[in-house]
Ligand binder design. Structure first.
Ligand code: BES
Ligand code: MN
Ligand code: ZN
Length: 489
C-alpha cells in the first residue's frame, strides 16, 4: 500500500472507491471538506451524524453509497475524536476496516483544513496497519478482499515526507505482527536471523551479524545456551548495528534488546497444554527490536543503534535444563534455574551483558516476560521498569506519544532479596508468588553493567486476544527520534 499527497483538490472531484471525511467529537457543525461533501450529497453526511451513527468518537465510522454528485463511489464518515495522534491513528484503522468491508481498491482522505502533517501521517499509519491480514497459511482464500493499493491524502497541511514516514512505520509494524503470528515451525531462530539479515540488506549504515553456537560458547553465553539445550533447533544471537553518517549526540549508542523465544513450552517446568499455541508469539520483543532497528535506519535517524536479539526455543528433552541446574552468564554471574519456564530473563541476561560489552551507552529491552504483567495491566499498558529516572521518563513519554503505552512499575532496592540464591549468585525464579514482573526486572538489572536501562514487559500488549500487535516498533522509533535531537533540546 502506498500513500500519496495532494496539496489541494475539490473533494467532490476526487476519484476513489472510498472517500473519507472526518467528524470530531463532539461533532458540532460540519466544516471544510465534510461540509462540501455533505452539500453534494444533499445533507446525507449530516444525517449520519444527527442520527447518531457516527458520534465523532475515534473508531466510529459509517459508509454512504454515492449515486451522483461525487467522483468517489462511496463516502466513509469517520470519527477523529479530540484530534490526538492516537485518535487519528484509530480513525485510519476504522477507515481501513470499512475499505476492506466494501472491497475498495483505492481510498482517499479529505482532511479537515486544520489537520497538520502529524495528524494526516497518523491517519495514514493507522490506515496501513488497519489493512493487515495474515493469509500466507490459507491454501484457498476465495473470500479474501482485494488489496487496497492506494491512499490519497488531500491535505494542505501535510508534506509528502509525512506520508513516506507513515507508510514505512505501517510496513514495519505489520512485518512485526506477521513475524509474531507466524507459527513456530515456520519461524525458527535460524529463520528469524535470516529475516533480520534480509532486512538489513542494502540499507545504508545498517549491518547484521548472526552468532551461532560456537561463537556463543566462546563468548560464554551460558544462559542462552542453557535454555537452547533442550531444543533440536540451534540458538542464534542476532546483532544489528546502525551507524548513521551523522549523529545528534556523539558517543551515544542506543542498545535495543528483544526476547525471541520462537516457542516457549516452559521446558521441563512444562506449561499446561491449553492455550500453549500462543507461545509461538513469545518472540514479540525480538520482532519489535529487529523491525524498529531497520525502520530507524531506513528513516536515517541520527542515532547509533546496537540491537541484540537472543533467539531460541524452550523445549523439554533428555538434554534440557533441569530445575536446580546452575548456569554461568556472559558477565560471569551464576544463576540457579529454579523454574525452566522463566527462560526469558536467562537469555536476556546474556544479551544485555553482550550489548553493554559491545558499547551500548543506554539500553532498552522488550520482552513477553511474565504472565503476571498481563494480570496487573492487561493489554493496554506494558510494564515499564528503569534504573535511571530521566531515561525512564523519556521512554514513558515516548509511549504516550507513539500509542505504545508503558506504565512505570517499582524498582526499589527492597525487592532485591527476591532474586538471591543459596547455591549461586542469583535464582531465576522463586516459589513465592510475589511481584513476578518486578522479580524479573530485578534479575535483568544485574546484567546491565550500571548503564541507564529500561525494561518493558510486553506480555500483555504484544499479543492482545491472541493476535500479534507489533507493539514496540513505534515506541522504539519514538525513543530514537527523541535521542536524535541534540542533548538539552
Ligand atoms: N513467555 C512467558 C510469559 C508469558 C505468559 C507471555 C503469558 C505471554 C503470555 C514466560 O517465559 C514465562 O513463562 N513466565 C513465567 C515466569 C515464572 C515461571 C516465574 C510466568 O509468567 O508464569
Ligand atoms: Mn516461559
Ligand atoms: Zn517465555
Amino acid at each position: 500500500m502506498k500513500s500519496t499527497l495532494r496539496k489541494s483538490a475539490d473533494p467532490r472531484s476526487v476519484r476513489a472507491d472510498l472517500l473519507v471525511v472526518c467528524v470530531p467529537k463532539p461533532p458540532g457543525a460540519l466544516a471544510g471538506p465534510a461540509a462540501a461533501v455533505d452539500e453534494a450529497l444533499g445533507g446525507l453526511v449530516g444525517r449520519v451524524v444527527s442520527d447518531g451513527e457516527v458520534d465523532g468518537a475515534p473508531g466510529s465510522a459509517a459508509v454512504i453509497h454515492v449515486g451522483a454528485g461525487l467522483a468517489a463511489k462511496r463516502v466513509a464518515v469517520v470519527g477523529i475524536g479530540s484530534g490526538s495522534r492516537d485518535d487519528w491513528r484509530r480513525a485510519g484503522d476504522a477507515a481501513a476496516g470499512r475499505a476492506t468491508a466494501v472491497r475498495a481498491r483505492s481510498a482517499a482522505l479529505a482532511a479537515p483544513d486544520d489537520a497538520g502533517g502529524a495528524e494526516v501521517g497518523a491517519f495514514a499509519e493507522g490506515f496501513g496497519t488497519g489493512l493487515y491480514r495474515l493469509d500466507r497459511f490459507k491454501s484457498r482464500d476465495e473470500d479474501a478482499p482485494p488489496a487496497v493499493r492506494r491512499l490519497t491524502a488531500v491535505a494542505p497541511g501535510a508534506a509528502a515526507a509525512d506520508l513516506r514516514r507513515a507508510d514505512a512505520v505501517a510496513e514495519a509494524v505489520n512485518a512485526a505482527r506477521e513475524l509474531v503470528e507466524t507459527p513456530a515451525n515456520h519461524l525458527t531462530p535460524t529463520i528469524l536471523a535470516e529475516r533480520a539479515r534480509e532486512l538489513a540488506d542494502g540499507v545504508p549504515g545498517l549491518s547484521c551479524t548472526v552468532l551461532g553456537r560456537s561463537r556463543l560458547e566462546r563468548l560464554g553465553a551460558g544462559c542462552l545456551l542453557g535454555v537452547a539445550r533442550g531444543s533440536d533447533e540451534p540458538p542464534r544471537m542476532i546483532v544489528m548495528r546502525y551507524r548513521p553518517a551523522e549523529v545528534a549526540r556523539p558517543g551515544e549508542v542506543l542498545g535495543l534488546v528483544g526476547k525471541a523465544v520462537t516457542f516457549d513450552t516452559g521446558g521441563i517446568s512444562i506449561k499446561p497444554s491449553s492455550g500453549m499455541e500462543e507461545m509461538k508469539m513469545d518472540m514479540g520483543g525480538g520482532a519489535a527490536v529487529i523491525l524498529a532497528t531497520a525502520l530507524i535506519a531506513r528513516l536515517g535517524l541520527p542515532v547509533e543503534v546496537l540491537a541484540v536479539v537472543p533467539a531460541t526455543e524452550n523445549m523439554p528433552s533428555g538434554r534440557a535444563l533441569k530445575p536446580g541446574d546452575v548456569l554461568t552468564a556472559m558477565n560471569g554471574r551464576t544463576v540457579e534455574v529454579i523454574n525452566t519456564d522463566a527462560e526469558g530473563r536467562l537469555i536476556l541476561a546474556d544479551a544485555l551483558a553482550y550489548a553493554a560489552r559491545e558499547g551500548a551507552t543506554r539500553m532498552i529491552d522488550l520482552a513477553t516476560l511474565t504472565g503476571a504483567i498481563v494480570v496487573a495491566l492487561g493489554e493496554v499498558y506494558a510494564g515499564l521498569f528503569g534504573s535511571d529516572e530521566d531515561f525512564t521518563r523519556l521512554v514513558r513519554e515516548a509511549g504516550e506519544e507513539s500509542g505504545d503505552l508503558a506504565w512505570p512499575m517499582p524498582m526499589h532496592e527492597r525487592y532485591r532479596p527476591l532474586i538471591e540464591s543459596k547455591v549461586a549468585d542469583l535464582t531465576n525464579s522463586s516459589n513465592k508468588r510475589q511481584a513476578g514482573p518486578v522479580y524479573a526486572a530485578q534479575f535483568l538489572r544485574e546484567f546491565t553493567d550500571g548503564l541507564p536501562w529500561c525494561h518493558v514487559d510486553i506480555a500483555g500488549t504484544a499479543m492482545p486476544s491472541g493476535h500479534g500487535s507489533g507493539f514496540g516498533v513505534r515506541l522504539l522509533l519514538e525513543v530514537a527520534e527523541r535521542l536524535g535531537r541534540p542533548a538539552g533540546a
